[in-house]
Design a protein around this ligand. Structure first.
Ligand code: 6R9
Length: 656
């Protein structure tokens, strides 16, 4: 990379913080300024004060940050606490005891509610069941489950006894599960007979059986199986046990044992630019502190909020913002098992109205999918309970932002675009809703205590407004990953080596505008180099989606004789534009991109398609698209692809 990634798409709309929102916010402008000053003046005191104020400790810490083995940083390392005490036990006093911790709705419409007292009881019983099955502190336990309350119970039960959970997304294949079981040497797998998705049963237990075939050497001794779909499954004698049998007769008395602050809480696998997914692991205390604070700050949660993060617990967003952050705050979480548009495209809006959801946190890809279905679906429902909207996962294109703001938020809800990663544990850059005005498509400003920078290839700060570079952190923070499981070299190599351990390298490119707002352009490996100009794929996609006929777009680079790389765009049209003349549309889109960014970004190749290859977390698989665009055989691992049919369809596309 040369010193700058050019960026020319500018979005100038500014949405001020509504005065009534600011007046009631958890974090006011004054407090924000104070926190920032304190963090700049004395970071250790800043973090120590927050950790003492917000967490219950069994043993107070004296050490705040231990950098003796940097970049293997340690936080609060002589302190002890139990994560589930902080998420459950401490909320059992007074009326809070009977407050709903979790409201769950199944695809069939079934509703279950667990109060804090009930959730605490379920977790205590299941912890005893795990102990009875031989699980010990430090053991790895894999969780491969649907989005049901028991999945949360399983995670918390591990945390209660100090076992390290590794949640494997229920949409992953047997192969992916096998890899994770092997890499963690898990002693136990907690799964279900199946999961519901779009009226169909996903055969989780069948996948688990395949992952556990005897020829795969694995360490799993026990499999606990929850009955969820009633599917006919095989139970292996001596290995498999039903959930209800495992909990039968177990006591509800289970003290939350103190864990060292640095005891690992969980391992979660995430893709890098090379090789197999990495087992990122997080600590107990530092992670808990950061998810607690960011939930409180970014979502402004209040005691009577009903908060819904639509992520699956198989992703970091589900860990931090379905489970740990909200429960540490004593919030009411809503959880849904099933397909987002089942039985029809207003399922989300219907549930928001039914449960009075007040804070919604979802992904741009979902917003675009709903946008594509048309305004009439949300319009059928009373969405007036909503007061804050969040997004995560990829850059939010301004058009989708506006739609979310107007059609879902009724023009009154702040939109909090949160930039962060599996590795960062919690939000890093986001517009704090009571303090920071929003610009559609920007994740705005770093949170208090977070020192984000943009640097060039040499690691020197890029100061010019709108000049792009590597997004890095030049200070450690408590929620950061503690390593790559079983592979310390890969931790260094993936996140630190590039700049000689000076910075945490996020792997994203970004720019900062004249107001200091961050604009994430995409992964470094998704950046194109066209005639020596570097262009973020996200920017070109935003420009394409800004066209009224376009629902979604993905851009990749293809080799070009003269320019080095040329832009190839895959475009999905909105329903009502499917019949439009493709040649005319192609021409119009080239004009559109030229107008919004410049001729340099104009796609050479535009391919219209009905679907894009996506991971189950909704990320476009650009490397796959790149192969397709180049007419190469697809050799990549496609085990994480949501819909294998998409590939065939794309392969059969005609060039426009
Ligand atoms: C939480 C999560 C991390 C990558 C990250 C970046 C992209 C996430 C974003 C965003 C722009 C945002 N990303 N949030 N890009 N704006 N608000 O998604 O974790 O699955 O590890 O992905 O996602 O590229 O580096 P993870």
């Amino acid at each position: 990379m040369t010193n700058a990634i050019d960026s020319s798409l500018t979005e100038n709309r500014l949405f001020a913080v509504p005065a009534d929102f600011a007046a009631q916010a958890n974090l006011t402008a004054e407090e924000f300024a104070e926190l920032q000053q304190k963090a700049a003046r004395d970071p250790q005191q800043f973090w120590a004060d927050l950790a003492r104020q917000h967490l219950d400790w069994d043993t107070e810490f004296k050490a705040v940050l231990d950098s003796s083995d940097a970049p293997f940083y340690r936080w609060f390392s002589d302190g002890k606490l139990n994560v589930t005490h902080n998420c459950l036990d401490r909320h059992l006093h007074g009326a809070q005891r009977h407050k709903a911790a979790l409201i769950w709705e199944g695809e069939s419409g079934e509703i279950r509610t667990l109060t804090y007292a009930q959730l605490h009881r379920e977790v205590s019983i299941f912890t005893n069941a795990l102990i009875h099955q031989g699980v010990k502190k430090g053991d790895r336990v894999a969780i491969y489950m649907p989005m049901v309350p028991e999945a949360v119970v399983a995670m918390l039960a591990c945390a209660r006894l100090g076992a390290i959970h590794t949640v494997v997304f229920g949409g992953f294949s047997a192969e992916a599960l096998k890899d994770r079981l092997e890499d963690t040497s898990a002693v136990m797998l907690i799964t279900a007979d199946g999961a519901w998705r779009g009226g169909k049963k996903v055969p989780l237990k069948h996948h688990a059986d395949q992952a556990l075939l005897r020829e795969h050497e694995h360490s799993v001794k026990r499999v606990i199986v929850l009955r969820q779909t009633g599917a006919d499954i095989d139970m292996q004698e001596g290995r498999d046990i039903w959930w209800e049998e495992a909990v039968a007769g177990q006591s509800a008395a289970c003290p939350a044992l103190p864990m060292a602050a640095e005891d690992p809480l969980f391992i979660l696998y995430t893709s890098g630019s090379t090789g197999k997914p990495k087992g990122v692991f997080h600590s107990s205390a530092g992670y808990l502190l950061w998810t607690l604070l960011t939930t409180r700050w970014a979502f402004d949660l209040k005691p009577d909020d009903v908060y819904w993060c639509t992520a699956d617990i198989g992703w970091i967003t589900g860990h931090s913002y379905v489970v740990y952050g909200p429960l540490a705050n004593g919030a009411t979480i809503f959880m849904y098992e099933g397909a987002p548009m089942y039985p029809q495209p207003d399922r989300f809006w219907e549930m928001i109205a039914r449960h009075g959801v007040s804070v919604l946190y979802t992904a741009p890809t979902a917003v675009r999918a709903f946008m594509k279905m048309g305004d009439e679906w949300p319009a059928r429902h009373d969405l007036s309970s909503l007061r804050l909207l969040g997004t995560v996962g990829e850059p939010m294109n301004p058009e989708a932002w506006m739609w979310y703001f107007q059609q879902i938020g009724g023009g009154r809800c702040p939109i909090v675009d949160t930039w962060w990663q599996t590795e960062t544990g919690g939000h890093m850059i986001a517009p704090l809703p009571g303090v920071v005005a929003s610009k559609p498509g920007s994740c705005a400003l770093p949170l208090p205590g977070i020192s984000a920078r943009i640097v060039d290839d040499q690691g020197d700060p890029v100061d010019a407004p709108d000049a792009g570079g590597y997004l890095v952190m030049d200070q450690p923070w408590p929620g950061m990953l503690r390593g790559v499981w079983g592979n310390p070299e890969r931790y260094i190599e993936s996140y630190w080596a590039k700049f000689n351990n000076r910075y945490y390298v996020a792997g994203d490119s970004a720019r900062k505008d004249q107001d200091g707002y961050f604009w994430v352009m995409g992964r470094i490996d998704d950046v194109l180099n066209v005639s020596g100009h570097r262009l973020g794929t996200a920017e070109i996609e935003s420009a394409l989606v800004a066209h009224p006929a376009v629902a979604e777009a993905a851009v990749v680079g293809i080799p070009h004789e003269i320019k080095g790389e040329a832009v190839c765009a895959f475009v999905i049209l909105k329903h009502q534009h499917q019949g439009d003349d493709r040649d005319e549309l192609g021409a119009a889109l080239r004009v559109q991109v030229t107008e919004l960014i410049g001729a340099i970004a104009r796609p050479d190749d535009i391919r219209f398609t009905d679907a894009l290859p996506k991971t189950r977390s909704g990320k476009i698989m650009r490397r796959l698209l790149r192969s397709i665009a180049r007419g190469e055989d697809v050799t990549q691992d496609i085990s994480t692809l949501e819909d294998a049919g998409t590939l065939q369809q794309l392969g059969a596309q005609d060039k426009s």
